[in-house]
Design a protein around this ligand. Structure first.
Ligand code: MGP
Ligand code: SAH
Length: 271
């Protein structure tokens, strides 16, 4: 055989062969689409959830092992890469309180690097899902799961770090040009921060990417002397997903009162 012939892929030559080839390609594509539809149906992928389902491996790398989410969980869970990055700041910490644990995206990553995690959620179904997902990651024994309202439980909780990822009001949060702290649910960001601060000054907050930065950084002034604060924008595959505020000891060394500054994903500090 000549070298030229060697590298040539055998394509259908006659009209009949070409027709058959096209039909085969069509059938394969149809089967693939049907399979995908069945999978979505089985996993309860509503139209609202579809966009997040397509990002499922960014949300949980072990998704295929059996991770489960409900509708709110789909659009609220912190993508794994971001949750791991947030958890890094707490490596070696004694107790981390995840005040709004949802389906466990953050709690699982904290449990990998901290001694103990207290995962609170007001919705019993979320707590069940978080427990199930933690089992998949093999960290369920490091987490205390609590069904309850964080605001009511807070006076009784003790921890070294408090992590706050409250509801932002659903996917429509981005309709606002400037997301202000009063839009957080079930209580405004100032009240939430003060409740957390009564537990520890080491607070991490995960908030929308359209956040009013000045207002957010001013949270540090609720304490006297003002807390160290660091603001980080979080990306997945180059797409901005949210903003993380690190207060107290969770802020990077030398980042004292970086009002209005952003530390990007490569740790470059900009104005
Ligand atoms: P998004 O903006 O709804 O999705 O949420 P995406 O894929 O960036 O859509 P796009 O079309 O705007 O590009 C981005 C991320 O924000 C989610 O993956 C969650 O981590 C987080 N997030 C979204 N919501 C609505 C909430 C929320 O209510 N609470 C919390 N804690 N996180 C949320
Ligand atoms: N970080 C989570 C997602 C949190 S979404 C994750 O990665 O999976 C916000 C969660 O706050 C929701 O699950 C909602 O049920 C819960 N929540 C709302 N009000 C609450 C309250 N008062 N106390 C505790 N949890 C609450």
């Amino acid at each position: 055989m000549s070298p030229a012939k060697d590298s040539v892929v055998a394509l259908p030559r006659t009209r009949k062969q070409r027709k058959r080839f096209k039909r085969k390609v069509k059938i394969k594509a149809k089967r693939r689409a049907q399979k995908l539809e069945k999978l979505k149906e089985r996993e309860n992928v509503t139209p609202l959830v579809k966009k997040y389902w397509l990002q499922r491996y960014d949300l949980f790398s072990m998704y295929d092992v059996g991770v489960k989410l409900d509708e709110e969980g789909w659009f609220s869970v912190t993508p794994e890469e971001i949750a791991a990055r947030q958890a890094e700041r707490c490596a070696g910490a004694g107790v981390v309180i995840d005040a709004f644990a949802g389906v466990g995206g953050n709690a699982i990553q904290f449990a990998k690097v901290c001694h103990r995690v207290v995962a609170v959620d007001v919705d019993p179904n979320k707590v069940q899902l978080a427990f199930h997902n933690a089992k998949i990651y093999g960290v369920e024994d490091c987490i205390d799961f609590i069904v309850g309202d964080f605001f009511q439980l807070a006076p009784f909780l003790k921890g070294d770090v408090v992590f706050l990822s409250p509801p932002w009001g659903g996917p429509s949060y981005k309709a606002k040009e400037n997301f202000t702290l009063d839009l957080l649910k079930p209580k405004d960001g100032h009240s939430l921060f003060q409740v957390a601060q009564a537990i520890t000054p080491n607070i991490i907050m995960y908030l929308p990417r359209n956040l009013d930065m000045l207002q957010a950084s001013e949270l540090s002034w609720l304490s006297s002397p003002p807390l160290d604060v660091e603001i980080e924008e979080n990306f997945v595959r180059g797409n901005s997903k949210g903003i993380t505020l690190y207060f107290g000891d969770t802020a990077l060394h030398g980042s004292v009162r970086l009002t209005g500054c952003i530390v990007d994903k490569d740790c470059n500090i900009g104005e």
